[in-house]
Design a protein around this ligand. Structure first.
Ligand SMILES: NC(=O)c1ccc[n+]([C@@H]2O[C@H](COP(=O)([O-])OP(=O)(O)OC[C@H]3O[C@@H](n4cnc5c(N)ncnc54)[C@H](OP(=O)(O)O)[C@@H]3O)[C@@H](O)[C@H]2O)c1
Length: 453
């Protein structure tokens, strides 16, 4: 039993509450607690039984001492992380989090994987990279993983294939996760936790108006199209049944963060490129959306904050076998956020943005103007801006803009937010101001030469 936890009692209640398998040592520990009154007061039973009781009490004492020292050892045992999608916006943030906030005593090794070669700005001797393609079947993957991944204790699945076609998106991502989990279970015999990152789309926030903020305990909504998060989450929970490892699911909103390579969904970078090009033209930079979304309520998820919750839940036994939403902890209105973001880049935008199309009905989709259409003839301007500032490396960033994805987010006419009350109830205290989250991310883009100043 290689599980690390706060204390045995905590672990035991968590196991019972979740209907999970109660490991043998915790049954013993429980007896120990219930026997303890005998140690302090008079025997509670007739004297004929007292010798037997005393033997049991001594045994309980010894057992308690053994379990307790075992727990101390387990708590001190170093963990090994396995982060998939390490080139991506979520996986790279978990890597950065572990590199910046942990020591080799606590996490002795950080194994990262992506399909293509690893590209990172994080430097840490604990990092080991292996390229894996999770479209391969579990047997083939296990063969490649068996040496490097054998010591994995905590696995974080952040791989994702983006396709604008929903049917293809669902099939591809469901298979990716299955292959990952089946192969991992074959090779990682000391596994303690598997965390799967899904997202707000679990609640169908992308398809239709839903009760907002969405809460984890709500029943699933079947939408007009399949949702690949359902089979992914089901696979995780069913694979865990009867095993000693625990699972977690983390569900963010649109992620504000940075990647070293183009990815499928990157809100902050798309906005940054748009605002910089508008500044270059000297024109207004209206938000490509509709009036209802402009005036509605929204939230976003900072990639570093997601990493913080992910590590918290995966290493905290009371969070075992639970799903958690994650957002920054504030709500905002784009009407007031957008001009502030524009201002950061010295681009022109106003809280009084005019819409020529009629106010759409809630539930419809509408765009006053489109990122995708806009982006089609802007590369030249972007490249000349990069040349003028002497950062030729940033020219390729134009390809990082996720224009179709952003249209798809901003065309909605409903406010869809997530509640993070559950994470709070489980003791997590994370928070970041969403404007600060954007600004920090923009600053990082500049620092890494991804965008001009
Ligand atoms: N981005 C967002 O705004 C957002 C918002 C809410 C929820 N989510 C959810 O968060 C999860 C993670 O998404 P993300 O946005 O962090 O992903 P991402 O930035 O697009 O990164 C995806 C990662 O998956 C890897 N990958 C792609 N195909 C692979 C394959 N065949 N085998 C192995 N690895 C492969 C990529 O590797 P290479 O780079 O090497 O190809 C990359 O490292 C997804 O479920 C997504 O829906 C994302």
């Amino acid at each position: 039993m290689l599980r690390t936890h706060q204390n045995a009692f905590d672990m035991e209640s968590a196991c019972i509450a979740k209907g999970g398998m109660l490991p043998h040592v915790f049954h013993i520990k429980r007896q120990t607690f219930s026997s303890s009154p005998h140690l302090y007061g008079k025997p509670l039973v007739a004297s004929g039984y007292s010798a037997t009781i005393s033997v049991w009490t001594s045994l309980a004492f010894v057992t308690a001492a053994m379990v307790s020292s075992c727990n101390i050892i387990l708590e001190k045992m170093s963990k090994t992380a396995f982060i998939t999608g390490a080139n991506g916006i979520s996986g790279s943030a978990i890597l950065e989090y572990l590199a910046q906030n942990t020591t080799a005593e606590d996490w002795n090794s950080i194994i990262v994987t992506s399909r293509s070669p690893f590209k990172t700005t994080v430097s840490d001797p604990r990092i080991k990279f292996i390229a894996l393609d999770f479209t391969q079947d579990a047997k083939a993957l296990a063969e490649q993983m068996k040496d490097i991944c054998a010591p994995v204790t905590h696995a974080y699945f952040c791989s994702y294939v983006h396709k604008d076609d929903f049917a293809k998106l669902n099939a591809a991502n469901e298979a990716l996760f299955e292959n990952f989990l089946d192969s991992l279970e074959q090779v990682a015999k000391s596994l303690q936790n598997v965390t799967l990152q899904t997202g707000g789309k679990y609640y169908n926030v992308h398809l239709q108006p839903v009760p907002s903020p969405a809460r984890e305990e709500e029943p699933r909504r079947q939408g007009p199209i399949e949702n690949f998060y359902f089979p992914q989450e089901d696979k995780l929970a069913s694979a865990q049944k009867g095993k000693s490892w625990s699972w977690n699911v983390i569900r963010p909103e649109a992620i504000v963060g940075s990647t070293s390579k183009p990815n499928g969904m990157n809100e902050a970078l798309t906005i940054a490129i748009y605002l910089l090009v508008c500044r270059e033209f000297g024109t207004e930079a209206p938000m490509p959306t509709n009036q209802r979304y402009w005036e509605g309520t929204d939230d976003v998820s900072d990639s570093n904050l997601i990493a913080d919750l992910t590590i918290y839940t995966s290493t905290n036994s009371k969070c075992a076998n639970e799903a958690f939403n994650i957002t920054n902890g504030d709500y905002f209105t784009w009407r007031y956020m957008w001009p502030r973001l524009a201002d950061y880049f010295n681009a022109k935008a106003s809280t009084e943005q005019k819409f020529t199309k009629p106010l759409p009905k809630e539930g419809d989709v509408q765009l006053e103007n489109s990122f995708l259409e806009w982006s089609k003839d802007k590369r030249e301007v972007w490249e000349s801006l990069c040349d003028r500032q002497g950062i030729a490396s940033a020219k390729q960033t134009f390809d990082f803009g996720t224009w179709a994805f952003q249209d798809w987010v901003f065309q909605r006419t409903w406010s869809a937010t997530l509640s993070i009350s559950k994470a709070r109830r489980y003791g997590w205290k994370g928070y970041v101001d969403s404007y600060d989250s954007f600004v920090r991310t923009f600053d990082k883009f500049k620092q890494f030469g991804l965008i001009p100043k």
